[in-house]
Write a protein that binds this ligand. Structure first.
Ligand code: CA
Length: 220
């Protein structure tokens, strides 16, 4: 037994997947296709997608904002957890990556719940604010360029309602955040972000060591 977070060996991680992940077949196919791409590391883990879907159901979430679509695994996992009149707005820069996403959203029959906004995410978030969408989202998932984590987070604090959840990916950054020898711009940004949230009295906070580290911030 342990009162600190357990270390996952390959064997234990496989066990965790085997006894807990109920990945729908369409998500599995999308994940396997994406794993063949050179950018495969940008995809979230299946147990993480399942956790995020569970959180949406716990909250009875209807409106979700995502920053960083990539090939659409997280948006599909979340859209499948929304009611039929739910809405997911997702932002990305890449036509190529999101073409794969669209294909799977259509096949899953959830494309009418998803609005893809191609272009710089900050432009999309500012447009949503200008359109009166302040306090209108239940949940936001930030998983894009890490140097902008804090900027995206501040926009999400405006767009998400009180009691809503902002979830941020890659906050442990393969362990580099805790390695004093590493000091590139992304790692430095994530360190600043993590420290800023610890001191942020506007939120309730938990950093969950699932996949590459997932921060949960509930807007007070
Ligand atoms: Ca990620």
């Amino acid at each position: 037994m342990s009162n600190r977070t357990i270390q996952l060996t390959d064997e234990l991680y496989d066990y965790l997947l085997n006894v807990s992940v109920r990945e729908p077949e369409i998500l599995r196919r999308l994940r396997e296709q994406t794993l063949l791409m050179p950018e495969a590391d940008l995809e979230i883990a299946p147990e993480q997608g399942q956790l995020m879907a569970l959180m949406l159901r716990l909250m009875s979430a209807k409106r979700v904002l995502e920053i960083g679509t990539f090939t659409g695994y997280s948006s599909l996992a979340m859209a499948l957890a929304l009611p039929t009149d739910g809405e997911l707005v997702t932002c990305d820069l890449s036509e190529e990556w999101t073409a794969i996403a669209r294909k799977y959203w259509q096949e899953a029959g959830v494309e009418d719940r998803i609005t893809l906004c191609l272009g710089p995410a900050l432009d999309t978030l500012d447009r949503l604010l200008a359109e009166g969408r302040r306090d209108s989202f239940d949940f936001a998932f930030i998983d894009a360029d890490k140097e902008n984590d804090l900027v995206y987070f501040e926009r999400c604090m405006k767009l998400v309602r009180t009691g809503g959840l902002i979830v941020v990916d890659n906050v442990l950054w393969s362990g580099r955040v805790a390695d004093p020898k590493v000091d590139d711009a992304d790692t430095a940004s994530i360190r600043v972000f993590n420290r800023a949230l610890l001191e942020d009295e506007r939120i309730d906070l938990s950093l969950v060591p699932i996949a590459d580290g997932l921060t949960l911030a509930r807007k007070r």
